[in-house]
Design a protein around this ligand. Sequence first.
Ligand SMILES: CC(C)(COP(=O)(O)OP(=O)(O)OC[C@H]1O[C@@H](n2cnc3c(N)ncnc32)[C@H](O)[C@@H]1OP(=O)(O)O)[C@@H](O)C(=O)NCCC(=O)NCCS
Length: 214
Amino acid sequence: MSEDIIVVGAGGFGRETLDVIAAINAAAPAPVWNVLGVVDDGLSPIHGERLAARGIPHLGGIEELRARFPSCRYVVGIGSPSVRGRLSAMIDSWGGRAATLVHPAAVIGTQVTIGEGAVLCGGAQISTNVELGRHVHVNPGAIVGHDCRLEDHVSVNPGAIISGDVRIESGTLIGAGAVILQLLVVGGGALVAASACVTKDVPRGATVRGVPAR
Ligand SMILES: CC(C)(COP(=O)(O)OP(=O)(O)OC[C@H]1O[C@@H](n2cnc3c(N)ncnc32)[C@H](O)[C@@H]1OP(=O)(O)O)[C@@H](O)C(=O)NCCC(=O)NCCS
């Protein structure tokens, strides 16, 4: 029997998360998830139209999860690590239960652990002996190398490459197409710009860009 799920966030990644759910359902012998709809506190008209066009209801603001759907699974489909961290902590404090979503076209190696609330998109590749924390997002075409540790709420944007034995601390965003060389540590809350090549450890909270990244 399928389980009810609500996606938090109607923006781009929220609707990509709906695609991940649809792909999981399509690949299973019977649907795994029953999407009740999307909650979003600040639904823009364009996002509202895009949701409506695919027949997904907007259920109201995030508070609706607590008020009307306390036992429903949730997933935060919002790309910003800090926003995702704040909202998932709030929903968890209400007793929320996060769903973990792995697209059937994601490639997952051996000895991989995936935290609750994580979303792995189609075309993501996760190597062997990798730990992904809670609410980690790995976008299409991103590669996470062997023996990596990605802490809670990390976002790996499309096409980024994280080499082996890297630690990415919580709340960090790795921009599209960035490359992180092996054995490095990217500090918590850092932002690695799109297309950067990181050759040294990145301090907590820093923004680095360019090749080599500074
Ligand atoms: C680095 C980043 C955070 C900068 O954002 P910002 O502070 O709003 O910066 P701005 O767009 O105002 O640009 C500031 C300067 O940085 C430069 N810059 C912006 N992004 C850059 C990048 N990825 N690499 C190198 N330089 C960059 C701009 O050209 C500009 O240079 P200038 O001052 O000489 O004109 C952002 O551009 C980025 O790369 N974010 C990652 C986003 C991503 O992965 N998007 C894909 C989503 S799926």
